[in-house]
Design a protein around this ligand. Structure first.
Ligand SMILES: *Cc1c(COP(=O)(O)O)cnc(C)c1O
Length: 363
């Protein structure tokens, strides 16, 4: 059995997907070529790409007026690409809930008049500012949120309804680290993006979902390869897309579908999170998670040992128990367990067993 891998990203992939990719490495479906060796314009790769898009559209019930783009540049690339395409150089409101939205705010400021509509910085990024308190500008070209803050472990359990807040601006959502873990309410979304390397596949592929009516307003400085209308008009083939990443993503989409789809991922995420937070909240103070219960991420769970001198021993013991990459992000410290779709309940149970065992020996 392989060890359980709690990496925040690039993260563990479902084992059947890795096995299938290995089997098909030299010869995809008898065509005599591996996927990495195919022209992106050949019929083999076109069929792989169309199938991936179709399966993703089905999994997330993406409406027909929302385009799906396969891009490069990652989440941080999108922090520049979104304002270059949507801001028209005007006002952009960003809700700051952790490191990722903080970065989005800073980057948008290079292209637009970007301001924080709200911030949870005073709480150390452990609580979510209530949407009713957000200072939204009438003239904002869009409102940016990060619906799952991978580093601070804060998740918006529902997307804000901007119209109900009196705003006409489209909502832009960075959902990099929890895409496919729950359904998306498209009626509230103008654009969503996600780097693939958390919950979908290899690094290098970025998914963008963009409503038709938001296309066609890129700033003149926007590179053509990053102009959504150009990418959309060319079916994500304006330049060479990350072909292998798209193939792997397609395998993951089929895996999700075979498991029961996004509804089943949602159910499993709730079950895994309840098991882990349940223990972190009830262990006699040996460990703690600092995030307000209503704002806790079901994907990324930061936690701290009361005695931080035990951190190295904890990580060493974890590795010996077959539990990898539990060290916290350097800006937060402590530990972090990322429990994405590919992490089975048995992996979370093994982690809880290690937490209990370590506390018993050192408590
Ligand atoms: C990982 C991550 C990013 C950054 O992605 P890169 O591919 O490294 O640019 C952006 N936003 C969120 C929420 C992330 O988790």
């Amino acid at each position: 059995m392989r060890p359980y891998n709690f990496s925040a990203g690039p993260a563990a992939l479902p084992e059947p997907v890795l096995r299938q990719a290995a089997e098909e490495m030299l010869d995809w479906h008898g065509c005599g070529m591996g996927v990495m060796e195919m022209s992106h314009r050949g019929k083999e790769f076109i069929s792989i790409c169309e199938d991936a898009e179709h399966t993703l559209r089905e999994l997330l019930a993406v409406p027909s007026n929302v385009r799906i783009l396969f891009m490069q540049g990652g989440g941080l690339g999108e922090n520049a690409i979104v304002p270059m395409n949507l801001s028209r150089g005007g006002a952009v409101d960003v809700v700051v809930t952790g490191s990722w939205s903080q970065k989005s705010l800073k980057e948008a400021g290079r292209y637009a008049d970007a301001r924080a509509a709200a911030s949870n910085e005073a709480s150390g990024h452990t609580e979510l500012p209530a949407p009713a308190t957000w200072a939204l500008r009438d003239e904002a070209a869009y409102v940016h949120v990060c619906s799952n803050e991978t580093i601070h472990g804060v998740e918006m359990h529902t997307l804000p309804d901007l119209a109900a807040l009196g705003s006409r601006a489209p909502l832009v959502v960075d959902c990099s680290s929890h895409i496919l873990s729950r359904p998306i309410d498209w009626s509230r979304v103008g654009l969503a993006f996600a780097g693939a390397q958390k919950n979908i596949g290899p690094a290098g592929l970025t998914l963008v979902f963009v409503r038709d009516d938001l296309l066609g307003h890129a700033l003149p400085i926007c590179p053509s390869a990053f102009d959504y209308s150009v990418v959309a008009a060319n079916g994500s083939m304006y330049n060479t897309p990350p072909t292998y990443g798209i193939y792997m993503a397609g395998l993951v989409f089929h895996w999700v579908k075979a498991q029961g789809g996004v509804a089943e991922m949602d159910r499993r995420a709730a079950e895994k999170a309840a098991l882990l937070y349940g223990y972190l909240d009830d262990n006699g103070g040996f460990y703690r998670n600092p995030v307000a219960p209503g704002a806790r991420s079901r994907m990324n769970v930061p936690f701290f040992l009361a005695d931080e001198r035990l951190n190295e021993a904890f990580l060493t013991g974890a590795r010996e128990a077959g539990l990898l990459q539990l060290k916290g992000h350097k800006s937060v410290g402590g530990m972090r367990a990322s429990i994405y779709n590919a992490m089975p309940l048995s992996g979370v149970q093994a982690l809880v067993n290690h937490l209990q065992d370590f506390a018993r020996r050192h408590g």
